[in-house]
Design a protein around this ligand. Structure first.
Ligand code: G1P
Ligand code: ZN
Length: 542
């Protein structure tokens, strides 16, 4: 057994995992002992690690490789028998979930700050996923945080850095480190879920797409699956090489940040289909020619069309969506006669429903879509599902979505983000809202039927989560939701979600910002957004 060294340390404040793990500036993570304290707190909180296997990888951002070397030394000291590391330290979040499940590891550590920018002055993140493949539930993240507040030492095995780019097995002390191909298992899983032959035929017929990997983790996955296995033309994948700073961009697949893709999909000569994924590969944005599909609609359309895809021919057990996600999926569920679950924001709340077989598809308005094939949202999976639907229906993206609206009606929807506002102002705004006596009152001609701070009782394990977002529900089905982000690293971000149902097809083509103009004004006035934050307009509209 190699020499295990014990290093004395003192706790850091604030090592509390948020919506999706611990996210801080790189400058915070590179402080001596900072990463080590957190990793030791994880190892101390997840049960006996001796003799177990751990999966490890990340989105390739700055500090990814350094962190992996540190975690390997600490895993060896914690007694792990084996760590599976994606080559180059690369492992998309859904691929990590796939590998954890396939090889039945004792969970995994994923290094990512998702869609936040990367580089020495930007963000880094780390989270632990449980053996079922999903993010650790609150009981575990709370235990990790509690441990981080009392930690006095951590352990590591002293050894040289290992070569992360060489496939094969090496050792640190007695622990095996397997450097494996991060794409192969994931691609094999996709082949069981979607109709690769139908999609190959679609591409062979002249169908064109663009996929923007945003210089983040999905580049290697998209090259292999879209271009090599499915025969999409070379050049289909843009920004396909993962870079430590994502090329200076903000790897968030939305209309604001994936502007090159949006430009590429406009005009009569543009490709038929466009898609993008985020830093760690779990988000997706879907575009048609001159057409944007909101994530809420994407979930609903995929739910309605899932039986066209080989992995879902038996239909869906249920659908789950986060509370701020639009109710478009609820309408599909109602028609199919299956349940639709409304959970708090964050993928971790879907885990119990998926494990219990209550839900098959899940989605969030924040560009997250997934199914029971893994326990994370999955960007490329959503793209492949869309390709499968397009290959079978042979209609345009716009035609598929507008036909969906004609059948189900349209849940007109928009999210307005006010980023980087003062924390005190944001909290003051939420407190102000909580104090309002709204039920039964009229706001700009609409009557408030429900006004609450969303609370959720997990139907499987009974755990309760409170204060998950302030909801103003109106009698006519319209809705305003206010939440503070749990993933930001600077100040506070206020998210305002605005939704109203439109049954009349002659109004389905309206720009949501136009259709929702009155409700948007109500939302701003009610929360006194400009007075309290100094912002007249949101930073990002999706
Ligand atoms: C955001 C999204 C949420 C998603 C999370 C992780 O969290 O809103 O839906 O699960 O990122 O990708 P928030 O910053 O709103 O807490
Ligand atoms: Zn992500």
């Amino acid at each position: 057994m190699a020499h295990v060294k014990t290093v004395v340390t003192t706790p850091f404040a604030g090592q509390k995992p948020g919506t999706s793990g611990l996210r801080k500036k790189v400058s915070v993570f590179i402080q001596p002992h900072y990463l080590e304290n957190f990793v030791q707190s994880v190892f101390d909180s997840i049960g006996n690690t001796v003799g177990k296997t751990l999966a490890l990888g990340g989105d390739g951002r700055y500090f990814n490789r350094t962190a992996i070397q540190t975690i390997l030394r600490m895993a060896a000291a914690a007694g792990f028998a084996r760590v599976m590391v994606g080559r180059g330290g690369i492992l998309s979040t859904p691929a990590a979930s796939c590998v954890i499940r396939k090889y039945k590891t004792f969970g995994g550590i994923i290094l990512s700050a998702s869609h936040n920018p990367g580089g020495p002055d930007e963000d880094f993140g780390i989270k632990y996923n449980i053996p079922a493949g999903g993010p650790a539930p609150e009981a575990i993240t709370e235990a990790i945080y509690a441990r981080s507040l009392t930690i006095q030492s951590y352990k590591l095995v002293e050894s040289d850095d290992i070569d992360l780019d060489q496939l094969g097995t090496v050792r640190i002390g007695t622990m095996e480190v397997d450097i494996f191909d991060p794409v192969a298992d994931y691609a094999a899983l996709m082949e069981t879920l979607v109709d690769f032959a139908a999609i190959r035929a679609l591409f062979a017929s002249g169908f064109k797409m663009r996929f923007d990997a945003m210089h983040a983790v999905t580049g290697p996955y998209a090259h292999e699956i879209l271009e090599r296995r499915l025969g999409a033309a070379p050049g289909t994948v843009m920004n396909g090489i993962p870079l430590e700073d994502f090329g200076g961009g903000h790897p968030d697949p939305n209309l604001a940040h994936a502007h090159d893709l949006v430009a590429a999909l406009s005009g009569p000569e543009s490709p038929d289909f466009g898609a993008a994924s985020d830093g760690d590969g779990d988000r997706n944005m879907i575009l048609g020619r001159d057409f944007y599909v909101t994530p809420s609609d994407s979930l609903a359309v995929l739910a309605a069309n899932a039986p066209l895809c080989p992995g879902y021919t038996r239909g869906l057990a249920g659908i789950a969506r986060s509370m701020p996600t639009s109710a478009a999926a609820d309408r599909v569920a109602a028609k199919l006669g299956i349940p639709c679950y409304e959970t708090p924001t964050g993928w971790k709340f879907f885990g119990t429903l998926l494990d219990a077989g209550k839900a098959t598809l899940c989605g969030e308005e924040s560009f997250g879509t997934g199914s029971d094939h893994v326990r994370e949202k999955d960007g490329l999976w959503a793209v492949l599902m869309w390709l499968n639907v397009l290959a079978r229906r042979r209609e345009s993206v716009a035609d598929i979505v507008t036909a969906h609206w004609r059948e189900f009606g349209r849940n007109v929807y928009s999210r307005h983000d006010y980023e980087g506002i003062e924390t005190a102002a944001a909290e003051g705004l939420m407190d102000h809202l909580r104090g309002l006596p709204l039920v039964g009152t009229e706001l700009d001609g609409r009557t408030v039927s429900v006004f609450d701070d969303f609370a959720y009782t997990d139907p499987v394990d009974g755990s309760v989560s409170t204060k998950q977002g302030i909801r103003v529900l109106f009698e006519d089905g319209a809705r305003i939701v206010y939440r503070l982000s749990g993933t930001g690293t600077q100040g506070a971000t206020l998210r305002v979600y605005i939704e109203q149902y439109e049954a009349d097809p002659s109004r389905h083509g309206l720009d949501p910002q136009v259709a929702l103009v009155d409700l948007i004004a109500t939302a701003r006035r009610l929360a006194q957004i400009e007075d309290r934050t100094g912002r007249a307009e949101p930073t990002v509209i999706t």
